[in-house]
Every structure is written in C-alpha cells, then in structure tokens.
Design a protein around this ligand. Structure first.
Ligand code: FE2
Length: 441
C-alpha cells in the first residue's frame, strides 16, 4: 500500500480527509503536525509517495519547506498543497479554498495511479512494491514499472523489467543508488507476485549450503516482507509460511552464530533493517541466557525466537521501535497516533499472532508480557516476578539489545548491565542479568 503524509491542523478535517483517502484511494495515512516533524520522518521513510499539506501551519511556511526539501533530496514524493502558496504554485498543485475531501481524493488518486470508479469503489491500478522484494529473485512473473513525474500533478508508469526478464541483485542496487525506493506492479498481479517471491525466499532459506551471512541477509528481507504484510493487521498463508521458514532460519543462525563483534559489524555493514537487527540480536541474547539455564531445551529457543520475530511487528518506524518506557514515549517527537501504536503494540502483536497456527500459549503469553505488563498495554518500569519465566528472559534480552542498538547509549556489556541493574528490583531478573555477565562466545 502507498503511504501518504497528511499535515492538517484542524482535527475534524484531518479525520475527514484521512478516512476518505484510506477508503477511496487505498493509501496508508501518516499524520504529521508541521514541516520539521515531516522532514524527520522523510529521512527515515523516503519512500512516502505523497504529502498533502496545509500551505502554512501556525505561521510556518510548511509547504515551501517541504517543497525545498523534496527538491534538494531529489525525492520521488509528490506534494499537494491545501491553500494558496504563490512561491511554488508554478510547479506544485495548490488547492484554493473551499477545499472538499472529494477534491483531495480526486487529486491524490491522480498522483498515486489510482482509478476512482463511478461507484466510488477503489480500483488501484498500480501498487508500490518495496525494493527488498527483489533482492532474492532473478526473474519476475509479471511486468515491473517505475513511477515518473509527467506534469505538475501527473505521474506516468513506465515498464522497466519485463515478465521473465533475468536480473540480479546488482541491477536492483543500481536502481536503489539512483534514488528509487519502490517499483510498481499492476494490482491484479499482487497476489501472484507475492507468492512467487515468498516461494523463492522459502526455497533459499531451506538450502543447507547458505553461508551464515547470506542466511541472515535473506532472513532479514523475509522479515521485512512479513512485517509489511502484518502491518495491515492481517495474516495470510504467505506470511504464515514465510515467517515459519524465517524463524527456523533465524534459530539456525543463532545456534551457529558468528562472534558477537563480527555479527554486529555484519548487521550494520549490510542493508539489514533496524527491525531485523533488533529481532536477530534479541534471539541471540535469549539463546545466550537460555544456554546458561539447567532446564534449557531447544523448544525454549524456538519460542523466544518466534516472539522476537513478531513482537514489534505492528510498529511502522524505527523511532517507534526504539522506545522502551512510558517516559521515553512521552518525551519522544512521535505524534499522538504513533504514541498510541507504541502503547498498544504488544497487545496488537498478541492479537495478530493469535491467528498464526504455530503460535502456542507460551508464545502468546510472552508477546503480551513483552514489556513487563500482563495486559500488553504500555510499559512497566520494574516488571514483577508474576510474569512467566520465559517472559522475564525475553524482557532482559530485549532491554540489553535496545541499549546496544542505541547510538546514544554505551555499547559495551559492562556499561549496559550497569544501566539495566538500576531498573529491575526482582531477584529473578537479577539472576538473569548475572547470566549475561559471563563471557559471550
Ligand atoms: Fe516491543
């Protein structure tokens, strides 16, 4: 699904525009309050297809700032301005008042390649597909397009890879180096294309001769694909199969892991998302703690790896994933809607994972308790002894990895454990941290 940023300071209009854009244009709406807010998001989410912004917000020349940024960065993001903005109206569509939601929907549909039928049912012609779908395939079952700007508010879709053409990772990397963030495929091929990519990834992950590095990289692409699909809060057969194979592959990599320093170096030097860096290191830390327990069985690692793979799956951005306390959440620059997503993410993950046939009672319980609360809402500052012992291990491993991955916090084990020891008063948590004090392999 395409993503659209909406900057509208009138709360009622904001709701009205968002609902209709979602319903009629089928685009995912991300709310932003001003230009600064939007620029921070564009830096981490440059694939946003469209921005709909008020010309000015509280005196700030919002549209002009966004226009300059898009131009400077050479982004393929289009802009629709609500209200007069003479400085940029020669190049950008600026809608004059009165602005109805119907006009916005019509213009957004034009920009995103969506056909609005007379019946007002959405007919999406072209659907964006992130580049990570293409890294593990060398052929596609359908034609692949790119979107280019044709006029002030018009886009054209040009065929770039023909069905059954051969290509490799270098070809895709070249597109990426030129600033391309996503390809497009015709709507009717989405299911077919996804099944094709899923099968290719599963076949690759099931190979025995993959190097550890290749296995981690392929699992990270699979993780991105599953996350993207689950963010619609649905789970389908392709996501179920792909996640099962990916988790098995993750367990296999964790059990034969590289030395910690080399692993971190590898995770950072490659195009591995923050989400997968976190999930993989988290499974590794769980494995490390589990291996020090007398009762440890492989099944425990399978359970905690499953949870690590899915726990933050409903969160859309890295800043959301970095939050690990209510205090951090309140101090963050996230919008109110994003804060709510963070607050409820353990419960949301629990709801969606409950539909996964492999999710047993342990998995569901640990996901719900993954931030120290029994109800899966918000965060606990000092998790209680009441939580399941596997949840306690997960919480300690998760906290350790979040500090390790935070560039503003220490990255050596001794300092990380010193920070952590201030938080947990429960004896069992202290015991788990003791296991982490021992030398990593
Ligand atoms: Fe989480």
């Amino acid at each position: 699904m395409s993503q659209t940023i909406l900057i509208e300071d009138n709360f009622d209009l904001q709701k009205l525009f968002a609902i209709n854009l979602q319903n009629f244009v089928g685009t995912d709406i991300i709310h932003r309050e001003n230009a600064q807010d939007t620029l921070s998001l564009l830096k981490i989410l440059p694939q946003v297809s469209l921005i709909i912004s008020r010309a000015k917000v509280h005196g700030e020349p919002t549209a002009k700032i966004l226009y300059d940024f898009i131009k400077e960065e050479g982004l393929n993001t289009s802009l629709i301005v609500l209200g007069e903005c003479p400085e940029i109206s020669h190049e950008i569509l600026c809608l004059s008042e009165p602005i109805s939601w119907e006009i916005i929907v019509k213009q957004a549909a034009k920009n995103l390649g969506v056909n609005l039928e007379v019946s007002h049912k959405v007919k999406v012609d072209y659907v964006p597909v992130s580049l990570h779908y293409f890294y593990e395939i060398n052929q596609t079952p359908c034609d692949i397009y790119i979107r280019i700007k044709k006029g002030r508010d018009q886009f054209q879709f040009i065929k770039r890879i023909h069905q059954n053409d051969s290509f490799d990772r270098t070809t895709i990397q070249k597109y990426e180096e030129q600033g391309l963030k996503e390809f497009y495929i015709l709507h009717e091929y989405v299911q077919y294309f996804t099944t094709f990519v899923t099968n290719a990834l599963i076949t690759r992950l099931e190979r025995d001769d993959l190097t550890l590095e290749d296995r981690i990289l392929t699992t990270s692409y699979a993780h991105e694909i599953v996350r993207e699909r689950l963010q619609q809060l649905e789970i389908d057969q392709a996501s179920i199969e792909l996640s099962e194979t990916s988790i098995n592959s993750m367990v296999q990599s964790v059990r034969n892991s590289l030395e910690m320093v080399s692993l971190i170096k590898f995770l950072f030097s490659n195009k591995v998302s923050y989400a997968y860096q976190h999930a993989h290191l988290l499974a590794l830390m769980c494995h490390y703690i589990l291996s020090k327990q007398s009762w440890y069985k492989l099944e425990h690692l399978n359970i905690l790896s499953f949870v690590a793979f899915f726990a933050d799956t409903t969160l859309k951005t890295t800043p959301q994933m970095r939050i690990s306390s209510e205090k951090e959440l309140n101090a963050s620059q996230l919008t109110e809607a994003e804060k709510e997503e963070v607050r409820f993410h353990a419960k949301d993950a629990f709801n969606i994972v409950s539909l996964h046939p492999e999710a047993n009672q342990f998995i569901k319980t640990i996901i719900l308790q993954s931030h120290g609360r029994l109800d899966g809402i918000s965060f606990s500052d000092d998790p209680s002894e009441e939580l399941h012992p596997l949840s306690q291990i997960f919480i300690i491993a998760d906290h350790f990895v979040r500090i390790l991955l935070n560039p503003e916090l220490p990255s050596n084990k001794k300092d990380i454990l010193a920070i952590m020891s201030k938080k947990y008063s429960g004896e069992s948590y202290k015991k788990i941290m003791k296991a982490l004090e021992q030398k990593f392999v």
